[in-house]
Design a binder for this molecule. Structure first.
Ligand SMILES: Cc1ncc(COP(=O)(O)O)c(C=O)c1O
Length: 389
């Protein structure tokens, strides 16, 4: 009755865990949420005000498929402020990075083409490939290479049918960045094979230390870049993002966007104009600092409990934690933690298969008090389960 590609999509364990968490909350229990990939902060006030003003002014009609030119210029100026020159013409405003991924899959992949992705990686990546009949080909990435492909593993995974690769920096679920050298080399290799490289920079701006590069576009122009207003700008529910494409891709991606989406949300675009104003940027940067301090609190707490954090993240709001010391499989660990101690975390199985049974993603998208409570409960769980030091 439904398409075969629909049947290939497996539901996330985290959604089932979330459902269980909500049942506990309905029964009056306090759940510590360390599973959600969404900032807990409300959208910054100046953006909300700009949205009200836009709606009052009747800015509720379709816009150009590539987005309003003011916003494309603001995004271009944002890159300029970081020392990267990107013409507004190369910027397409999209319905979240998800809309961007849909467009890029439609633009770049034909049925049976292979798309290199990472394992672990953002779980929806493979679905965008499958939607257009392409075949995702995971590259297993491990702690020894900071959970990113090496040039050698990238080249080895590239086969005759490979059309391109989709990598993320910083990545979900590990928070690590690709080195500038590897990024440049991989982009050059893809080019030499007449292929493409898409760099997902949705966590750009949420770095813990000075990043090696502010955007992959500062390293090489030969890439497609995905970004979003969801994370650093705190606008998940507004469904707005953007892609930066090479000049020669502007026309075909615009036609695709016209047909698939007509336009991104108009009120969200007018609201997003305010996201780059100084007052909003001050809010975003304060939140970025809050994530840095939460990361420190959570990683120190988990390490004190004997967990191994194989690689300190460069950014985003996740820790990818090795839970071997518990002697448990990560999915069992997550279910027991929610059922017995009401702490929600995401098992490695949601991000791939490579070492998935021994890893769990902790998202620090909740306040420090809740993180401390979560750590206390995890400590009690380990003691009760005899999974001691
Ligand atoms: C790596 C990565 N890419 C893309 C997305 C999609 O984000 P959105 O559609 O909200 O912009 C997410 C969401 O969590 C993500 O983690």
């Amino acid at each position: 009755m439904f398409s075969s590609r629909t049947k290939e999509i497996s539901p996330f364990v985290v959604m089932q865990l979330l459902q269980r968490a909500q049942e506990y909350e309905r029964s009056g229990k306090t759940v510590v949420h360390l599973e959600v990939g969404e900032p807990d902060f409300q959208t910054a006030e100046p953006i909300v005000k700009a949205a009200h003003a836009a709606i009052d002014a009747g800015r509720t009609k379709y816009t150009s498929a590539s987005g309003i030119s003011d916003l494309r210029q603001r995004i271009s100026a944002y890159y300029q402020s970081m020392g990267v020159a990107v013409s507004p013409n190369r910027i397409m405003v999209t319905s979240g990075a998800s809309g961007g991924l849909t467009l890029l899959a439609g633009l770049l992949l034909d049925p049976s083409d292979r798309l290199l992705i990472t394992d672990p990686g953002y779980p929806c990546n493979e679905v965008f490939a499958r939607l257009v009949g392409a075949i995702p080909k995971p590259i297993a990435v491990s702690a020894e290479h900071r959970f990113q492909p090496t040039l050698a593993s990238f080249q080895a995974a590239w086969c005759e049918q490979t059309r391109g690769a989709l990598l993320a920096s910083p990545s979900n679920p590990t928070g690590t960045m690709l080195s500038a050298q590897d990024l440049g080399d991989m982009a050059a290799f893809a080019q030499s094979r007449q292929g493409f490289l898409i760099l997902d920079e949705i966590y750009q701006g949420l770095h813990h230390n000075e990043p090696e590069y502010v955007s992959g576009l500062a390293v090489t122009d030969d890439i497609y870049v995905l970004n979003s207003f969801s994370k650093f700008f705190g606008m998940t529910g507004w469904r707005l993002g953007w892609v930066v494409v090479p000049e020669h891709a502007i026309e075909p991606i615009t036609s695709l966007a016209q047909n698939l989406f007509i336009s991104p949300s108009a009120p969200a675009q007018y609201a997003a104009l305010a996201a780059f104003d100084d007052d909003a940027m001050t809010v975003h940067k304060a939140r970025q600092q809050a994530f840095v301090s939460r990361a420190r609190l959570l990683s120190r707490g988990l390490e004190a409990l004997g967990f191994k954090i194989p690689v300190a993240p460069d950014g985003a709001f996740y820790l990818y934690v090795d839970i071997c010391r518990t002697g448990m499989n990560s999915t069992d660990f997550c279910w027991r933690l929610i059922d017995e101690y009401q702490v929600a975390v995401t098992p490695g199985a949601d991000f791939g298969t490579h070492q998935a049974g021994s890893h769990v993603r902790f998202a620090y998208t909740t306040d420090e008090q809740s993180i401390a409570l979560g750590l206390e409960r995890i400590g009690k769980a380990l003691q009760a389960w005899g999974a001691g030091q």
